[in-house]
Design a protein around this ligand. Structure first.
Ligand code: AMP
Length: 422
């Protein structure tokens, strides 16, 4: 292995790009707060059980993609491949479900051992939100509206919202049986992967992108003809609420979230122009999860959105970095070592006073320092050499007009603040 590269499927976020990330993270924080969701932060790794028992065997994540390791105490740990299970674990552990509804959001890295390609990584980043304790369709509609609103604000992409209902404990078993019968009848034409899934997680076959599965999937029974009255009503209400907010989803019976815990509403948001990895967001209702984890029966609905893909869809709209450096308003320029030392406390005082200021400690040529400062967006340069130092003054240069003026050191902060305010 070449030690000088990041691990396959991971990437560094460099100063040239981190401004876009920061801006996106702030937008997530701001919007989630506006929708009434509070941030939750869980550890990056959990007991492997947390994921195996919730996501379920027979899913790609659990079977093939988890970064699982044994720690030095002999416990099996897994780097989180998603946030819903850790969030539910934390909500149970801290008795947060005793005071419902509970609305939380999160953001951070997830880890999946996938085949890397553009838009698909082994360490990627998600943000998402979960609403616990509301069985009614308002919660589904709110979660979807939150996701759509973030995409609308952050990208110019054309977004497709696909929505489906997976039914519930009452109506899903009959549907599942019908799907299994159909898949079994056509088993010989299915891909190897799907044949294997047929016995473990048959509904997931409907989600397969393998071309050899396409024909079988196209003729599979559709869930809508199996929904019970309560599920049908819920689904209609979700769509009506979305329509009342100006959001028009496309009903897509092919959307089947692979995880066992989904019930009723499932949805996906995808963007044009992203190629094969065009899924931006996925989510749905998972009324069975908390009980499956040993907690009280608690309805819940949530979403998770990929932040890399969001930034890809955003394109240059978010490219507001200045050569990757933070914007410096005031550049301190020292002509020699004693002046540089004298500038240190003054620079510190400026920063304390809320001015973004910096000094080029290399003592390279003055005009080079000033040119670099201008490129970084500085508006004022404060120049100090032994001549100024002896008089207790500094030269202040306006980098827009190029005009220079001597200013007493004790008046420096006031003078520069006035110039910045102009
Ligand atoms: P999921 O939890 O699989 O529904 O994923 C939700 C969203 O996270 C997807 O729609 C993607 O935008 C993003 N995502 C999931 N896995 C990856 C990955 N390996 N690399 C980049 N983005 C991902």
């Amino acid at each position: 292995m070449d030690k000088r590269t990041a691990p396959r499927g991971t990437f560094d976020i460099l100063p040239t790009d981190s401004n876009r990330w920061l801006a996106l993270e702030r937008a997530v924080d701001e919007l989630c707060a506006r929708f009434g969701y509070g941030e939750i932060r869980t550890p990056i790794f959990e007991s492997t059980d947390v994921f195996v028992r919730t996501i379920g065997e027979g899913t790609d994540i659990v079977d093939k993609e988890m970064y699982t390791f044994t720690d030095r105490g002999g416990r099996s740990m897994t780097l989180r491949p998603e946030f819903t299970a850790p969030t539910a674990r934390a909500a149970l552990e801290h008795n947060l479900l005793q005071n419902l509804p509970l609305k939380v959001y999160y953001r951070g890295p997830i880890f999946r051992y996938e085949r890397p390609q553009k838009g698909r990584y082994r360490q990627s980043h998600q943000w998402g939100a979960e609403c616990f304790g509301v069985a009614g369709p308002q919660a589904d509609a709110e979660i979807i509206a939150l996701g759509m609103e973030l995409i609308r604000r952050e990208t110019l992409a054309d977004v497709e919202l696909g929505i489906n209902s997976m039914g519930c404990d009452v109506c899903r078993p009959a549907y599942r049986e019908a799907v299994v019968a159909h898949l079994k009848d056509n088993a010989t034409t299915l891909s190897e992967n799907s044949r294997e899934r047929l016995s473990r997680n048959p509904l997931r076959v409907l989600d397969s992108k393998d071309p050899s599965d396409r024909a079988v999937i196209a003729t599979a029974p559709r869930v809508d003809s199996y929904l019970c009255d309560a599920c049908r009503e819920h689904f209609t209400a979700v769509r009506a609420l979305l329509a009342s907010m100006g959001i028009t989803p496309t009903v897509d019976p092919k959307i089947v979230r692979g995880l066992d815990y989904y019930t009723r509403t499932v949805f996906e948001m995808s963007a044009g122009g992203l190629g094969t990895q065009n899924a931006l967001c996925g989510g749905g209702r998972y009324d069975g999860l908390i009980a499956a984890m040993g907690g009280p029966a608690t309805p819940a609905v949530g979403l998770a959105m990929g932040m890399e893909r969001l930034l890809m869809a955003a394109g240059p709209r978010r490219a507001e970095s200045l050569n990757g450096r933070p914007r410096t308003e005031v550049a301190f320029v020292a002509l020699d070592e004693p002046s540089a030392r004298s500038l240190v406390p003054i620079l510190h005082a400026f920063r304390r006073a809320g001015i973004s200021a910096d000094m080029d400690y290399t003592l390279r040529k003055v005009d080079k320092q000033i040119r670099a400062a201008g490129q970084q967006g500085a508006r004022v340069a404060v120049i100090l050499g032994n001549d100024e130092l002896a008089r207790g003054e500094a030269t202040v240069q306006d980098l827009t007009t190029r005009e220079r003026q001597r200013v007493k050191l004790i008046e420096l902060e006031h003078d520069v603040k006035e110039r910045l305010a102009r």
